[in-house]
Design a protein around this ligand. Structure first.
Ligand code: MTE
Length: 327
């Protein structure tokens, strides 16, 4: 097992790389938790574990864990979803296509020891153990919206490290134009991988510019706790301006390449899921509108924002392409 104290010992720094408004939300997050002392943060914002499941319904889900304060918000003022919501409504097809049973099926997933191999068009290929990722790189919290292509969304307080910093360690060659990510292949632990229909392992990709963007992180936890299995333990990608399927879970390989990599969903249904998958209310999915979304825990629907509300930070990456053609 990875020692949770490893996670706690990592300093939370005042961020030079977090955009100002996100940093403000971090301060607000800490403030709402009643702490601004960096060392105290992780312990203090760790959710309280309520009474253990007693009913049969509750015992099917992870323990009821709630944030200490419901006042924490993203930079737009939207409250974070509860730990319970974030950890009991999951897309993780390696375990199940039923969002509400992923937590139960994934609960014994063994994610330690764990290694992530970073290789390909780089000067210094390296394999990082999870402890290296936690110790060597500053873990920052980022309160991000996650917008699924299925038109639901949540606000999640992630912890994680900058992907750009990790890539900096391996020194990408100038020929590296894309980054390819791969989830672990382990059908014994992941029953869904025994189903032949899907082209396992789950794969995803980003352009090198997207991978190096300051908003892109490798998340190692949420709510100040190590990543729960159902959310992609021990390490998953988070790219907040793209549909959630780009945020690949339980990563074991990161390869720098000079071609646009295949991705799981664009292989299965290329007319429905593109490589870019930028959140865009003006470009509908062939089978449903993307103009609005259901925020989990909220009644009614809200308007979907271009690039999921991060246009100011990322729109320039797409100046030269037509977002309708490159969906
Ligand atoms: N990664 C893997 N390996 N397998 C998956 O099925 N689902 C994706 C993404 N990453 C998925 C994955 C989809 S469709 C979404 S919306 C998000 O994970 C959901 O992340 P969450 O369960 O943490 O909310």
């Amino acid at each position: 097992m990875v020692d949770q104290s490893l996670f706690k010992s990592v300093p939370v720094k005042s961020s030079e790389i977090t955009p100002q408004h996100l940093f403000r939300s971090r301060r607000q997050f800490l403030k709402s938790m009643g702490v601004l002392g960096a060392g105290a943060f992780l312990a203090a914002c760790s959710p309280k574990i309520g009474s253990q499941a007693t009913s049969s319904v509750a015992s099917k889900e992870t323990p009821m864990v709630e944030p200490e304060s419901t006042m924490a918000t993203d930079e737009l003022g939207d409250p974070v979803n509860s730990y319970h919501e974030i950890t009991n409504y999951n897309n993780y097809y390696e375990f199940s296509t039923d969002k509400r049973e992923v937590a139960v099926l994934a609960k014994d997933f063994k994610s330690s020891p764990w290694e992530v191999e970073v290789f390909g068009l780089v000067n210094k290929p390296q394999t990082f153990g999870l402890e290296d990722l936690l110790k060597k790189f500053t873990q920052e919290e980022r309160i991000y919206r996650l917008r699924c292509v299925e038109a639901w969304s949540m606000v999640i307080p992630w912890m994680g490290l900058s992907l750009a910093k990790l890539l900096g360690e391996v020194e990408p060659l100038s020929s590296a134009r894309y980054v390819r990510f791969e989830t672990i292949m382990d059908p014994e632990q992941m029953p869904g991988q025994k189903q032949g229909f899907y082209p396992w392992p789950y794969q995803e990709g980003l352009t090198i510019e997207e991978a190096m963007h300051e908003l892109t992180i490798l998340a190692t936890g949420l709510y100040g706790e190590l990543m729960p299995p159902q959310n992609g333990a021990p390490v998953r990608l988070v790219v907040p301006w793209k549909y959630g399927f780009k945020s690949i879970k339980s990563i074991v390989k990161i390869e720098l390449v000079d071609y646009q990599p295949d991705t799981m969903w664009s292989t299965i249904a290329p007319n429905e899921y593109g490589f870019y998958a930028n959140v865009n209310p003006a470009v509908d999915h062939p089978r449903w509108s993307q103009a609005s979304e259901r925020r989990i825990g909220e009644a009614g629907r809200r308007k979907t924002l271009l690039f999921n509300g991060y246009a100011e930070e990322v729109a320039h990456l797409y100046n030269d392409i037509d977002l309708r053609d490159f969906y």
